[in-house]
Structure formats: C-alpha cells, structure tokens
Write a protein that binds this ligand. Structure first.
Ligand SMILES: [Cu+2]
Length: 147
C-alpha cells in the first residue's frame, strides 16, 4: 500500500517571485496526500513559511540537515511533501503574511472513492433480474409447447 501510494505521488512546481512579481505561481494548488511541492526561486529575496509553522524553506528547510528557511536571493529550490489531507496557507516572510501580499494556498485533498464502485452493483442487479425474467418466460413458453 505504501509503495503504491509513493508510485502514484505527483510533484508540483510553485514558482517564487521572478517575472511573476511578488507572488507565488500558481498561488492556489490542489494536490493529493503524499504529493510533493517544489518551490523554485525565480528571482528576488524570498522564502516560504507555512501559516501553521509546519515548514519554513528557502535554501532547504529549517530542521533539515544543512537547510535554512531564512529568506535568500539565491536561486534556491526547496521541496515539501504533504502526507495528509489539510489546507495549508503559506507566505513569504519579506513580502507577505498569512493570506496577504505574497502568499499561497495548498489544498491537500483526501482521496475520493472510485465512482464506479457505487454504480456497478446496481447495473449488475438490474441485468440479473432481466436475465431471470427472460429465462422464466422461455421456460414457460417451452412448457406450453409440450402440452
Ligand atoms: Cu518575497
């Protein structure tokens, strides 16, 4: 199960600054649990900090070996993996604050059950009923012919 989830995990890129100005692009992202978001500084003095303080990244992330979430103007790349469903707001400490200025949102959506699971049994039951009716009618027709 864990291997399967990892195999289906996706990677999303969020551009930081650069030609987008003082913004994250895309500023709103829908992802699934296990997916990774890679923040890429396209230019400017920026970092990425979660509203709930769950991460702070720039040249790596706080708490990672050799990582630092302090704002930096280098061409940094930082990746954050989101293991479970949540609505995560984040911002640049220099140009934004939660929900204002240079900020963004990552919506980690819980996996939906496949829609075919609810539809298939109903179709199967209807088909079985039709088949039973047809067999009964045929049996009745054969019995009447013998008399
Ligand atoms: Cu910034």
């Amino acid at each position: 199960m864990v291997f399967c989830q990892a195999a289906h995990a996706n990677v999303f890129v969020v551009n930081v600054g650069g030609s987008a100005g003082l913004a994250f692009q895309p500023g709103f992202l829908n992802i699934a649990p296990g997916d990774t978001v890679v923040f890429v500084n396209k230019g400017g003095f920026h970092n990425v900090k979660a509203d709930d303080n769950s991460f702070r990244c720039a040249r790596g992330c706080d708490g990672q070996p050799g990582g630092s979430g302090a704002p930096s103007s280098s061409n940094w790349v930082a990746s954050v993996t989101f293991p479970s469903a949540a609505n995560i707001g984040y911002y640049c400490e220099i140009h934004g604050q939660p929900g204002k200025g240079m900020y963004g949102t990552i919506n980690v959506l819980a996996p939906q059950p496949p829609p075919s699971l609810s539809g298939t049994p109903a179709i199967g039951t209807a088909f079985a009923t039709l088949l039973a009716l047809a067999l009964t009618a045929f049996a009745g027709w054969r019995l009447r012919r013998r008399v």
